[in-house]
Design a protein around this ligand. Structure first.
Ligand code: B12
Length: 210
């Protein structure tokens, strides 16, 4: 696996889409799609992000790696389960920043696990608060890429509270992985570090709401 991850990272950094696709297919031959995503794609992108941070890669390489991986993930994740779970009204959103891979993975896995939820795409604070109230959400899942966006979750939580809305806010994304306390600091109800954790968290919240 270690060798596969290294080769995959190299193919992404070299912008070799054909090689990256072949290596991803190799992973899919021995593991479930979600495992291939979480064990090959996610750590490879983390490594690429760290290399960019050190100045070893250009932002264009990070960007293209993200785009290649989006296409791979789109093709591999399972179709929705038609037998939807009885559930609280839920939605997922990217707050303020410009990325969608994490949100897209969580959304697909939630749907594939039987949950029906709104996909709000990307929104800023005001728009999100109004939409969450209009849709009478009980669970709001927020994905972010950078720290300034993570800090905006605090505004979302306090505005929802001010308006007397009873909605559980679940957060995820890079800034929350770097700082284990951050989700509590911004007033969220839970934080998940992967798509599979997202499913477990919503199931737990559902249990507590009944
Ligand atoms: C790809 C990438 C980009 C791409 C995004 C392309 C796209 N369309 O998505 C591009 C090139 C656009 C980009 C831009 C920038 N990036 Co960038 N990027 C990354 C990188 C390498 C990977 C992110 C990614 O897609 N990972 C794969 C996905 C699947 O992982 P994920 O988002 O973490 O999601 C998983 C979990 O977190 C969880 N999850 C995610 N959301 C949710 C939600 C819920 C509710 C739950 C339960 C779970 C959950 O489940 C997912 C699946 O396992 C990271 C490195 C890293 N360590 O994360 C840097 C990184 C996030 N970027 C960073 C930075 C600084 C930037 C820029 C500011 C750079 C710049 N100077 O312009 C810009 C900001 C753009 C903006 N305003 O939004 C920093 C953030 C540092 C910080 N603490 O804020 C990082 C960490 C790199 C670094 N080491 O410094 N980036």
């Amino acid at each position: 696996m270690k060798q596969l991850i290294e080769q995959f990272q190299q193919s992404l950094a070299a912008l070799d889409r054909v090689k990256a696709d072949a290596l991803f297919q190799e992973a899919l031959a021995t593991m479930a799609p979600i495992q291939a995503v979480e064990q090959l794609v996610v750590p490879s992108l983390e490594h690429i992000g760290a290399a960019w941070h050190r100045g070893d890669l250009a932002l264009s390489q990070v960007y293209m790696s993200g785009r290649f991986c989006e296409a791979l993930v789109d093709g591999a994740l399972p179709p929705s389960d038609p037998d939807r779970k009885h559930q609280p009204r839920s939605a997922i959103v990217v707050l303020s920043d410009y990325h969608d891979l994490g949100k897209r993975i969580v959304y697909s896995i939630m749907r594939a696990s039987g949950f029906e939820l709104f996909d709000y795409g990307r929104m800023d604070v005001d728009q999100l608060v109004e939409r969450a109230i209009a849709d009478q959400l009980r669970v709001l899942m927020i994905s972010v890429l950078i720290l300034p966006s993570a800090l905006k979750v605090k505004q979302v939580c306090s505005r929802l509270k001010e308006r007397g809305v009873d909605v559980k806010v679940v957060v995820g994304g890079a800034p929350f992985l770097f700082d284990a306390q951050l989700w509590q600091d911004v007033g969220a109800d839970a934080m998940g570090s992967s798509a599979s954790e997202a499913v477990a968290i919503v199931e737990r919240l559902m249990g507590a709401m009944q």
